[in-house]
Structure formats: C-alpha cells, structure tokens
Design a protein around this ligand. Structure first.
Ligand code: SF4
Length: 317
C-alpha cells in the first residue's frame, strides 16, 4: 500500500480502523487531567497555529506514541529498516511525476521503462528476484494507467504543495495530482491520489480520507476554484474510488483535523509542564505495531512480532 497521498512512507500497509476513541483535550481521564493543566493565554494574544501535514495528523490519530517518536522526541528513536512496499510506492509516484514533466509529445508508454528505472528505489526487497518481479509489475501498472490518460492534458498540479490556514491549523500537503475538469458552472479541480497497495478501495475510503479532504479544502483556496471531488486511483487494478464532497463535509473534516491538532498541542503542553511523556502520548497497540517504524524502540509495540520489510510484497504473490 503504502505510498499514500504522496508517496510518503506510510509504514504499515493498510489503514487501521475500529479503535475506541481517545478522550479529547479537556476531556481527559482524571489522572491525566491533573497531569495536563490548561495553559491560559493573555487576552488578545493569538493562539499559535499548529503546523501540520496529513501524515502528522494521521500519525497521532493512529497512535499518539508513534506521533511522539516521529515529531516530539529529539533525538528521535532509530527507525526500523525501509519497507519494500514504500519503495515500490515511491518509485511509481516518482515515475508518474516525471511522466508529466515530459513534453506532451513524448508522453508515450514506451517512455515509462526508462522513467521507472530512473526513479526505482531498491530498499527493503527480500532479494533480487522479488525486486525484479516488483519492477515488472509496477511497469505493467504504469503502462496500463497511462494508456487511459490524455497525454496532451496537463494537470493543474503534479506533486503540488497546497497550504491553508484555519483558526487552529497551518496546513500544508503535497497532492499527487490536481486535475481541472469541466463542471456545471465552469472548471473544477479534482484531487487525485495514487495507490499501489491493497485492493478493495471504495467510495467510503475516498469519502473518509482526511488527507484528501484537506487537500481539496486547501486547493479550493489556493487556486480560487471549486474543488469538491477526490479520487483514489488504484494502479494495480486500474480502478478509481471517488467521492464528491460538499462545503459542509469538507468543513467537518477540517473541524476533525482541528480537534486532533488541539489534542496534540494539549499533550505537548502537558509534557512541557512536566507530565510523563508516556501518559501524554499513550501507546495504541494493535496489529499496526508489526508495521511500525518505531516498534523496536517502543516497549508496548515491541511485544508484537515485527513484519519483514518485504512482507507486504509477499501478500501480493
Ligand atoms: S509500536 Fe505500536 S504502540 Fe508503539 S509506537 Fe508503534 S504503533 Fe504505537
């Protein structure tokens, strides 16, 4: 799976779900309440915005301890070895980025082998045979994918950073692709996210993706054009899972992201005020621990057997 909205390493290969909600900031358990005094600002003093990306918010939502290891502890604990599925995802994302960087008359399927070779990331594969097999598959996905694209059509953005500020967030993120397509009242933007992992993505995945919603919210403001449609393009199957947001559904996702940001800021304040970092950033152990970059450093997660770096590739065999 893994290369998520941007080819960034995603660690475990499938999104988790079904966890019990954690208390929100200001609704902590009694023991945490005493450890997290509310810090009062001066009247009229603007609150610090929480600078974030989708990965940062997603890390905390998945496991606050993982967030702490990635973004708070310095020096950060050592990570485990690179994952083959992340190498595959990054290679495919970069090949597509470079395909769009070609002049339109050179955007032909024959160009893909060279582009993929040029961007291929070798880390994490079990052996040469598995790596060669992954390369062949990735090339076949790309050839079939670009076959359905209009080589003359330039997206509005490829690996484009969009940024927006809200009352709480200073959000920025890199969208895989932003298309312009005709809408009922003129051109509209569409957020496209490439997926190379697990099959079975559907409209609910597109609807529920906070990252895609935040990209759409930001893109609408950056380009001053409507951006409501988000799409997950699954290269291995050539399928597209799409969702049409409304202004209200985008606003709901922004509110959720702001709530997560407030929780993170409250936890960071608590640590600065002397709380135990293990209490402020609790471990959310689960199957995801086997795929976590910090499993070896994490007393809770290290009790879960780790996955081999190429494990997600074997699940495709
Ligand atoms: S190993 Fe598990 S509990 Fe520990 S940081 Fe990673 S995801 Fe969280």
């Amino acid at each position: 799976m893994p290369a998520s909205s941007s080819g960034r390493p995603a660690g475990r290969p499938a999104a988790g779900a079904g966890r019990a909600p954690r208390p929100r900031a200001g609704q902590s358990t009694p023991s945490r309440q005493s450890a997290q005094p509310e810090q009062l600002g001066f009247d009229g003093m603007p609150e610090r915005l929480f600078v974030c990306t989708p990965s940062k918010l997603g890390a905390y939502a998945d496991c606050p301890r993982r967030y702490r290891y990635s973004y708070v502890d310095r020096p950060a604990p050592p990570k485990g070895p690179p994952w083959a599925h992340n190498s595959l995802g990054a290679s495919v994302h970069n090949a597509l980025k470079n395909w769009y960087a070609l002049p339109a008359d050179r955007r032909r399927p024959e160009a893909l082998a060279g582009l993929l070779r040029g961007t291929w990331v070798r880390d994490g594969f079990r052996d040469d045979e598995q790596e060669r097999d992954a390369y062949r598959r990735a090339l076949a996905w790309l050839e079939s994918y670009v076959d359905a694209l209009d080589p003359q059509a330039d997206p509005v953005g490829v690996e484009r950073v969009v940024a927006v500020k809200t009352a709480v967030l200073a959000f920025n993120g890199r969208a895989d692709r932003i298309d312009s397509r005709p809408g009922p009242s003129g051109p509209e933007l569409v957020i496209v996210d490439y997926k190379t992992g697990r099959a079975g993505l559907d409209a609910d995945d597109a609807r529920g993706s906070q990252a895609l919603a935040l990209y759409a919210y930001a893109a609408e403001r950056v380009f001053r054009r409507p951006c409501r449609r988000v799409e997950l393009h699954h290269l291995p199957t050539g399928t597209v899972a799409a969702h049409e947001h409304t202004a209200e559904s985008l606003a709901r996702q922004v509110t959720r992201a702001e709530e997560t940001a407030r929780d993170i800021m409250a936890a960071e304040r608590a640590v600065a005020d002397g709380a135990d970092p293990d209490d402020a950033f609790p471990a959310e152990a689960g199957p995801r621990c086997g795929w976590c970059d910090y499993r070896r450093a994490c007393p809770t997660g290290s009790q879960t057997p780790g996955k081999d770096p190429w494990a997600a590739m074997e699940r495709r065999d």
